[in-house]
Each structure stands twice: as structure tokens, then as C-alpha cells.
Design a protein around this ligand. Structure first.
Ligand SMILES: Nc1ncnc2c1ncn2[C@@H]1O[C@H](COP(=O)(O)OP(=O)(O)O)[C@@H](O)[C@H]1O
Ligand SMILES: [Mg+2]
Length: 397
């Protein structure tokens, strides 16, 4: 009997306790609608893989029940159950001695399809995941890149056209650029095939990008199960706020530009200034260093206070040029805070110069970077507060 609400996957008070006493999943209840893509996200060890493996009976629950399309899976033979469930894991597990086409046709073959039909279906799936079967079909797995192998894994999981797809960190093993491409391709694929998908990831960004809904896991429990917008905009618990917040801040770094108002103004000296003048400038400001510009006001570098002031009698006669150090860490104004941060790390610099074309505008320090981040978060919080007020008004009307 199918449940009225059309849930394809339903967990009912499911608990999994391992033999050593570890409670991996604790009284879990949730539903995944037909054609829905739900991401399970949370830190390592919180029970995501355990949850997933209980769906295809690679792991048996200690208590509770799991339904697939209305049917209690405890009553379905595992082999039969798994025909209805595609499974994609990070270490794709392709057979090294089989070609890409043969690998993709594995399940149809196991199901006893005619060889021809299985291979046609495999070719169709390879095409669907962006691998031209006439180019890649006869290759062996070790002749593919990591991203291509992952695509074959997805094609193979879909080959027997199962209604449900389980994916455990499917894009975890490839580099970030490839991962983003695979994510986009998978979204496009899913819009065509509309499988019911459970996808495990520890990456909140991936969870938000792919999921129709997200289950945020704490230790063995779901802390929030909602749309990406709700999870990001209205975290249900301090734990969720913390989990999405940490990454939200990083994401925000990449979309917040450096503005002139974020910059600090250290003392500025010029290459041809006498050293004594630079020393006076620095001591007047109580600064540890000054920015050094050339006579066209372009950034040259910096000079530390001891080089300027500690210049005994002979060196006092020199100019800033003799003691200036080159400055490699600089960025154009408008660069993202993320780029600023990464430049600081790359050059191991406590500050970086910010330029408008050739013109020196000021420097960004870690403290100023932090303030800039606060500025953007406060602006955002204001936006949310206003949106809520407007919703309130609509509801009241
Ligand atoms: N076979 C096992 N025996 C004992 N404990 C296990 C076993 N598999 C996983 N665990 C434990 O169960 C918890 C959840 O593991 P897992 O479901 O793999 O988490 P995740 O996929 O979120 O990283 C962890 O504490 C893990 O150490
Ligand atoms: Mg896992």
C-alpha cells in the first residue's frame, strides 16, 4: 500500500547501534518525496553513511522501520531491493579490467538483460553524463581522469533505471573545479531523470547547491530538515547556525569587495626622502613601518622603523631608497576579501597594499579585514530583519 503523501523513502524512528555500543543514528524520522533530491550534510562521523546504507540494507537498523515507496524494506530481499536503488560512492569501484561501456552495463547484465539492450542502455547513459560512448566506451578506467570515472559511476548507477539513487560523497575525491562542473552536470541530469536522490556530503556549499531540501546532521540526529534558503536564513538551532555559519562567512568573504573605507592609512614616505625625515615621520606617528612610494606616488614598498631611525650617524645621511624593501603583497581596490585573505597568507604578510590602478589607497590589515566582514554581515542581518517585517505586514493584512 502506498502512503498518501507519496514519500519514496520514509524513515520511522530508526536507530542504529553498532556492536561496540556506538549509537550512529538515533531515533531518526524523515521522508523524501518522489523525485526529490535531499542532501544529508554534517561533520564526519555524524551518521550520514550509516543512514544511507540502511536504505539498501548494507546495514540493518537496530530498531525502527524504513519504507521504500510504501513498502517496509525489511520484508524485501536485499538483492531485489538493490535493483531499485542505484548506489554511487566516492571510490567509484569500477572494474579495472572492464571497459567503460562494460562497467556501465554491469547492472543490466546482472539483471539478465539481453547483452545488446544492456550495451545500448549503457551507451545512452554515458551520453547523458557527458561521455561520448564512441570516444570513451572502449577505454579502461585507468585511462580516465578522476572526474570522468565519477561520471561513469553515475552512469552505471542509473543504467537499470532505478527510481532511487543513493550517493555518498560522490564528488568528494575530485578537485574543486571539476567538482563544480560535476555538480552542475548532475543538476542538469537530475532535471531530466527526476530520481529520488539521497546525497551525502560534508560540504554545506554542495548541500545548499544540490538539495531541494537539506538534512543537517548533528551527532546521530537531524537538527534541521528544510529548504536551503530556510536552513541558511533561519537556522533552527545554535548548532545549525554554527555549522552553516562557519561556511557562510567564508562564502561571504568571496562576495564582499574591499572598499576604500576599509583601509588603514599608515605613514607614507617617498623614495628620495632623506632618512632623517622618514624617521621623524615614523616617530611622530608612533608607527613601526611606513609605506614607500616613488615620485609618481606608485607603490614601491615599505621601510621598517629600525632601518629609518636606527640609522646611526653615517646612514642618517642616506635616503629612504637605501633601506626600502619591495612590497609584493598588493591588490586592486574592489578585490574580494577572500582574495585579500589569501594574498596575506601567500605572502605571509601582516598587511597588504590596496591600489586604484597605480595609485596607493591604503593598506588592509587582518583587523580591518575582520571589520569589513562584520560590515557585510550587519548589512545582511538588516536585510533579513526588514524582510521579516514585510512578511509580518502581509500576514497581518
Ligand atoms: N561498523 C562500525 N562499527 C562501529 N562503529 C561504526 C561503524 N561504522 C561507523 N561507525 C561509527 O558510527 C558513527 C557514524 O558513522 P558514519 O555513519 O560513517 O558517519 P558519517 O558518514 O557521517 O561520517 C561514527 O561514530 C563511526 O565511527
Ligand atoms: Mg560517511
Amino acid at each position: 500500500m502506498r502512503p498518501q503523501w507519496g514519500a519514496m523513502i520514509r524513515f520511522e524512528n530508526v536507530t542504529k547501534r553498532y556492536a561496540d555500543g556506538t549509537t550512529a543514528v538515533d531515533d531518526l524520522s524523515f521522508e523524501v518525496a518522489e523525485g526529490e533530491l535531499v542532501t544529508l550534510v554534517g561533520p564526519s562521523g555524524c551518521g550520514k553513511t550509516t543512514t544511507m546504507k540502511m536504505v539498501n540494507r548494507l546495514i540493518e537498523p537496530t530498531s525502527g522501520r524504513i519504507f521504500l515507496d510504501g513498502e517496509d524494506i525489511a520484508a524485501v530481499a536485499p538483492v531485489k531491493l538493490r535493483r531499485r536503488i542505484g548506489y554511487v560512492i566516492q571510490q567509484v569501484g569500477l572494474f579495472p579490467h572492464k571497459t567503460v561501456l562494460e562497467n556501465t552495463a554491469t547492472v543490466p547484465q546482472l539483471l539478465g538483460w539481453q547483452r545488446r539492450k544492456g550495451r545500448d542502455r549503457a551507451a545512452e547513459l554515458l551520453d547523458l553524463v557527458g561521455l561520448d560512448p564512441s570516444v570513451y566506451g572502449d577505454r579502461y578506467p585507468d585511462q580516465l581522469s578522476g572526474g570522468q570515472r565519477q561520471r561513469v559511476g553515475v552512469a552505471r548507477a542509473l543504467a537499470a533505471d532505478p527510481p532511487v539513487l543513493l550517493m555518498d560523497e560522490p564528488f568528494g575525491a575530485v578537485d574543486p573545479v571539476v567538482r563544480e562542473r560535476l555538480q552542475s552536470e548532475f543538476l542538469r541530469l537530475q532535471s531530466q531523470v527526476r530520481k529520488t536522490v539521497l546525497l551525502v556530503t560534508h560540504d554545506i556549499e554542495e548541500a545548499v547547491r544540490l538539495g531541494d531540501r537539506i538534512a543537517v546532521y548533528g551527532a546521530g540526529r537531524i537538527e534541521q530538515f528544510d529548504t536551503p534558503a530556510s536552513v541558511l536564513g533561519a537556522p533552527a538551532t545554535p548548532y545549525v547556525a554554527d555549522f552553516v555559519g562557519a561556511d557562510r562567512g567564508l562564502k561571504r568573504l568571496s562576495v564582499t569587495p574591499i572598499e576604500p573605507g576599509d583601509l588603514e592609512q599608515p605613514p607614507v614616505v617617498h623614495l628620495d626622502d632623506p632618512l632623517a625625515k622618514a624617521a621623524a615621520r615614523l616617530s611622530a606617528d608612533g608607527a613601526r613601518w611606513a609605506v614607500v612610494l616613488d615620485d609618481a606616488d606608485r607603490l614601491h614598498g615599505w621601510i621598517p622603523v629600525d632601518a629609518a631611525a636606527g640609522a646611526g650617524d653615517d646612514r642618517a645621511a642616506g635616503t629612504v631608497r637605501d633601506h626600502a624593501r619591495r612590497m609584493e603583497a598588493w591588490l586592486p581596490v574592489g578585490s574580494s576579501l577572500k582574495r585579500a585573505f589569501s594574498t596575506m597568507l601567500q605572502h605571509d604578510a601582516g598587511w597588504i597594499a590596496v591600489l586604484d590602478e597605480d595609485r596607493f589607497l591604503g593598506v588592509l590589515t587582518p583587523a580591518r579585514l575582520h571589520e569589513a566582514l562584520r560590515r557585510s554581515i550587519d548589512a545582511d542581518a538588516g536585510g533579513i530583519a526588514r524582510a521579516e517585517v514585510e512578511l509580518q505586514t502581509v500576514a497581518d493584512a
